[in-house]
Write a protein that binds this ligand. Structure first.
Ligand SMILES: [Zn+2]
Length: 113
């Protein structure tokens, strides 16, 4: 039996986004020169989520977040920006660390702006 595709599943699969992350919005906007459409995808994490320390893997609470944008030049034929607030965690052993995100990995095609 086929699984029903709901909401932003197709984007989450294409981007390799897994819990606690999810796509919370997509939008096609005209580029500044008005010549083409650009895709904007908003990704966010569930409230109260914990993330592993990049150094030791311990689950830690979120300390703060910062807004970041990644850009892909040819995603489904569009220039595509991913907007997300990326958490920093505070590890008892390693201090404040920025969490690594799936779509920011090397080879993903997305570049941090
Ligand atoms: Zn740690």
């Amino acid at each position: 039996m086929a699984t029903a595709i709901t909401g932003y599943d197709v984007f989450e699969q294409a981007l390799g986004i897994i819990k606690p992350w999810s796509v919370t919005g997509t939008e096609l906007r005209k580029s500044e020169d008005g010549k083409r459409l650009e895709m904007h995808i908003t990704v966010d994490f569930a409230a109260g989520s914990e993330f592993s320390c990049p150094q030791c893997g311990t689950d830690c609470k979120v300390y703060d977040t910062s807004e970041k944008i990644w850009r892909h030049l040819n995603f489904f034929q569009y220039r595509c920006d991913i907007h997300a607030r990326v958490p920093r965690i505070r590890c008892e052993r390693h201090g404040t660390r920025t969490v690594q995100v799936q779509w920011g990995r090397e080879g993903s095609g997305f570049t941090l702006m």
